[in-house]
Design a protein. Structure first.
Length: 163
């Protein structure tokens, strides 16, 4: 399996929406609760600084995606934020690592100086290990900062990475 990470194109929107919605429906990682439609997804992805997909080169299948945007405005506008989504049937194949690595390059290319993740759920151990392996630093713990789909609360761990 060979993969490339590239900018999201119009034809990728349906797959990107499906992958995004899968993570939202899981209710254990993204703060969003509303699912995207193809139309709202197109608007949402276009509003980002950069949206990318991981594409399997032979089949053209979309395996995952990410969005990159400012974490804040004005004097803090140089800090980026991003979200990553990988198809559930393809997790564990290093798709996420390719997405995060590409995102760090794109963030720097778009003029950001720092990548900050505000709400990494403490129980999302695979993501946390990946971020730490790629040089992200945990800033602490926010107790009960994330409401899981079943209604209980989990801690969140903010992370940052200097670009």
């Amino acid at each position: 399996m060979e993969m490339i990470v590239r900018e999201c194109r119009e034809k990728d929107i349906p797959a990107a929406v499906r992958i995004w919605n899968e993570v939202v429906e899981d209710g254990i990682a993204f703060p969003q609760e509303e699912l995207l439609t193809e139309e709202t997804g197109k608007e949402f992805f276009r509003a980002q600084t950069y949206t990318a997909v991981a594409e399997e080169t032979e089949s053209g299948e979309i395996y995952g995606m990410y969005i990159l945007h400012p974490n804040n405005i004005g004097r803090c506008g140089h800090i980026a934020n991003a979200s990553y989504a990988v198809r559930s049937d393809l997790r564990g194949l290093h798709v996420g690592e390719k997405l995060v690595s590409d995102c760090l390059v794109q963030a720097k290319a778009h003029g950001f100086r720092v990548m900050q993740f505000n709400a990494v759920v403490a129980t999302n151990t695979h993501a946390r290990h990946l971020y730490e392996r790629l040089g992200f630093v945990q800033l602490g713990v926010i107790p009960g900062g994330f409401r899981m789909k079943d209604g209980h609360y989990e801690d969140i761990c903010p992370y940052y990475h200097e670009l």
